[in-house]
Structures are given as structure tokens and as C-alpha cells.
Write a protein that binds this ligand. Sequence first.
Ligand code: PLP
Length: 375
Amino acid sequence: MTKKIQRFLAENRPQTPCLVVDLDVVADNYRKLKTAVPQALIYYAIKANPAPEILKLLVGVGSSFDTASLNEIDMVLAAGGSADKISYGNTIKKKSDIAAAHARGVRLFAFDSQAELDKIAEAAPGGRVFCRILTSGVGADWPLSRKFGCEVEMARDLLIEAAKRGVVPHGVSFHVGSQMKDPEAWDSAVAQAAWIFKECETAGVTLNMLNIGGGFPTRYRRDIPTMGTYGEAIDAALKRHFGNRVPEIIVEPGRQMVGDAGIIQTEVVLISRKGRNDPRRWVYLDIGKFGGLAETLDEAIQYPISTPRRGKVERVILAGPTCDSADVIYEKADYRLPLDLEVGDRLEIRATGAYTTTYASVAFNGFEPLKTYCI
Ligand SMILES: *Cc1c(COP(=O)(O)O)cnc(C)c1O
């Protein structure tokens, strides 16, 4: 936890649960990414955390933005971002939303199917389009495979067709999967993209952009490779497959930009056992799967949790406060908390700056959405 967050929590004692984001860490993460992949334009995937303060900071340092809906586009515009730095990167869009984005000046659109290309051609004439290809998601803790992207042959055919449909075939995109722990994961996707570039060239269609997605990790309970390691692996993959004709590169970081910038403070609501001799304590917090910890689904993302208490520790099952039995946070994963932990204690769930506020439900069981303080 940064000193700034520590001081804020001590001085303000905000109501829990809440997320506190240190904007200095976001600025630092932006710099780290820029240093690691200097050849790339950075499009922040705003679904990770669209707090206006974060968007304003990123507008200020020159970032571009990856958006998935008209509302996200409007959030970027409201933060002072310009339409020419926005990518409408969702491959699943209503035609009316494409038209509205086009009317706002957005000119960059993703697709991964014939029907989506048809919509863009009709609703955003003259727009630049890029086709997303499938990836395996192997090595990612939160894979984005199957649902998004198409096979390379289809991507080639659709990009060649795009040229005849009044839109500009701009390039290829992929996402290796979120919280990708293997820096080599980009290689095969870059190779596939290079194949598409060559095939299109042969057909007289020149592509200019390769969007290598997000996937860069945040440190949770285990160490991760440095951003420098990712940068080197990606640079090597680009040179290997594109030689001296590397196109314009786009990266779309979400988690890497904000994950370790935020901390959720939560309160222990109940500590109980299910029988006199039950060895496992249940610790119920005032936040759970529906309050912003959706990525604990299948215990996929395992946040570090800390308490100021220093007593002997023991395995616990952690659960949220709602009346839904799916609202168990960690049961299989090895989480230990001190035996002297008490109801009313405050805990810190660390590295929770990404994918928490946006996943919080509006009023399930009457609980409020997760509040954010950007400092
Ligand atoms: C969610 C998303 C991202 C960000 O992914 P991270 O793993 O958080 O970096 C980037 N691009 C697209 C298209 C996305 O949907």
C-alpha cells in the first residue's frame, strides 16, 4: 500500500467498502508501459476503471482509449479526450451505436464477423476497421478466448472485402487473455497477424496497424515478469514476423494501468463456524462477488489481503455479505487470517484498482455500488 493511500485511510476513515486509487501509481504504470513498448500507441481499455480522474490523467499524458460502448465513448469525451484517439473496440455493437459513435467523430472500429463488418460499412462509411483474430488464452488467469475473434482465413477475406465496402481495412487485433503471465504468448498471434498482412498485400490490400491488445498483468499474490520482459518478447516477436516492415502498433492495457494503483478497504461483518468442531472459520466481509470482486469467480484472481493484526494465522473461507450462496470469495485457495481477527476489523484487499468498481452490482440486496476515491 502506498503512503498516500495509508494516510488517506487513516485520516478519513471512509465508509467501507471503498476503493482508493493512487493516481501517482497510474501515472507511473503509464510511463512503465511506454518505456517497455516504446513503438506502441497506448489505448487504455477503460472498462478496467473508468473513474473520471483516471481518464483525465491519461488524457493529460497523451493516452488514447479503447472503448466498448457509447457510454464509455462519452466518458472519454467528458474527460477531455478527443474522438480521434478513441477506438470502438468491442466486436459486438448495435448499428445505432456505431452510427452515434461515428457522428461523435470516432473513426476506428473492431469487428470479427461478416455481420459486424456489414453494420460498420453501413453506419460508419469511411471508418477504419480492424479484424480481431482468435487466441487460445493459454497462460492467462482470465482468458478472453472463444467468444472473440475469428480464424485467420476469415479475417483475411473480410479485410479484403472491407476495401470494397467503403471502409478502410486498417489492420488486425488480438488479445492474448487477461492477466497473461507468459511474455511469449504474443509470439504466435503476431505470427498469425503477419500472415494476414502478407495475404492481404498479395490481394492488393495494404494493412497498416497491428493491435496487440492488453493482457499485461498486475502483481497479486505471486511475482510476475517485469514489463521490460514483456516489451522485449513483443519486440522480438514483431521483428521475427514482420522483419523491417513492422506496422503501427497499438496496445490496450487495462489491468496493468490501474490494478496495483488501488486498494479496497473492507470490514469484517461476521466470523463463524458451522459446528462446534468445524476447523474452518468463515469470515464474512462487507464486499463480495456482487460488490466488485467478480473476478474471484472460480477463484481466478487471488488478491492479496492484509490486516494489521499479528496473531497466529489459520485457514479461512472468505465470503461476501449478500444472501446468495454463490457469494463465496475464496474457499479452495489458501487464505489465512489471524485468530485474533474480530468483527468490525478493517481489512485491505490489495491490487484491486482494475475490474472492481465496474463489476459491482447496483443494489443487489440493497448494497450500494463500490465507491471510489482517487487521490
Ligand atoms: C478488456 C480488454 C482489454 C484490456 O485487457 P487487460 O487484460 O486488462 O489488459 C484490451 N482490449 C480489449 C479489446 C478488451 O476487451
